[in-house]
Design a protein around this ligand. Sequence first.
Ligand code: HEM
Length: 484
Amino acid sequence: MSVLTFVVIGLLLYWSLKKFMKPRNFPPGPPSIPILGSLPFMPKEAMATGILWQHFKSRYGKVMGMMIGDQPVIGIYDFDLIKEAYSKEEFSARPNSELHDFRMLGKKRGIVMNDGYGWKVHRRFTLKTLKDFGFGNASVEDGILEEANHICDHIAKKNGSPFKAEDVFNVGILNIMWKILTHKRFDLEDPRLANCVRAINGQFSSDRVRIVLAMPWTRHFFPEMSGWNDWKKFAITMQDMTKQILDEHEPCFGPNHEPLDFITAYKEEAKRTGDPEFNDRDLQTTISDIFVASSDTTAHTLSWGLLYMILHPDIQKKVQHEIDDALLGREPTLEDRARLVYTDATLAEIQRRANIVPGALPHRVSKEMKLGGYTIPKDSMVISSLYYVMHDPDYWKNADQFDPTRFIENGKFRKDERFVPFGIGKRICLGDTLARNELFVVFIRLMQRFNFEASPDHPYPKEEYLPSTVMGPKPFHLRAIPRS
Ligand code: HEM
């Protein structure tokens, strides 16, 4: 072997050790090999379900580290450590990814996968605007109630015959958001809603595409198998749709020149501040972010809700009795929450058990940090196991049982800081209040109008996840029998 070959092999070895091996004082985790990193050591089941590496908790403890390709990935299971990390700006960036850049029209924009100054101003503006339109404001509340009634009317048309829960919630929930964004609602049968739901579902259910997130080069070699082609197709559908929404949108003001929808408010903010961060492309991405973040999440939670009511008919009855006694047949308002303690606790238990976003969304560490005594390298991807926090057997009594009473104390709803379906810290869901209000009103209307039971013509539903970033139950059939 010539000296040159020897040197080249030596350099290659050094490069691959540096690039693919774990850095010093990295949290414990599975081994790592060049190119693939720890991928061959991932349990198949954890990859498929998206219940992120709970499997590893018993082996490696509260913080674990692994390599996916040359990307360091950290999993945090411990509530206090997640709280400590996610209260810091440095743990609150989002991964740099060409996959998401493609969705965001070429670079980081909007809210969900944006970071830095652009994220801050968009998050602040969106939070404030949604609040101004009023999470408790009569028009948003009326909008939710109107949509809840349309969903119930749609279910009533089934005349007691079996249907799939997933088919009834998505479009209705999307319509609530559509009205907040554009001041318009659609008929539930409108193909635009169905088209948008398909694109959102497609992006979330493409679990395979996580590989492209960690190893971007795979998309060039396996564009189909890696899920890249599907991702692009769904992203383009959303881009076309948000562009059309903007092209057709007419500014909409109230009597005191106050904006009546999100898009009008955004354009006014752009004029008022002159900040170039507020522009049409960021607005397009923000609209897409809000649609994507709000619809599957809320709709899947409602599907889980009906599943649990079928699996626990005694709890369904108790909820209905409480609602009937308190409301005497009238429609709910948000002010009824304090009187519907068992119903509110049941909704919390549905969210705890269903845990539809088990690993939250991935964060990125913007500079080298310490956590739990370990070194977390700059640009590591961080996953927080919300699943573990809400199912920790050392904290929750009979964590695997469906039991609403865990959220009741002395006849009142008991708040628990480890109830974290919306995440923790600086990146916590900005639609949490809106989502809780939607769930409250829609669930109550469903319970008032129907008894839900399993379909006798289909397999009995089970508490099983459909693998995805946002996890709904495996499709199941049910019957809705109108209540007299
Ligand atoms: C049951 C319904 C919902 C659940 C369980 C849920 C859960 C979550 C979770 C876990 C995150 C990620 C937190 C993190 O990265 O650490 C998130 C982010 C987000 N959610 Fe929700 N969400 C729901 C409904 C909504 C709704 C209705 C909206 C509408 C505005 C919304 C808007 C967002 C946005 C914009 C983000 C990104 C926040 C950021 O990156 O700063 N979500 N949500």
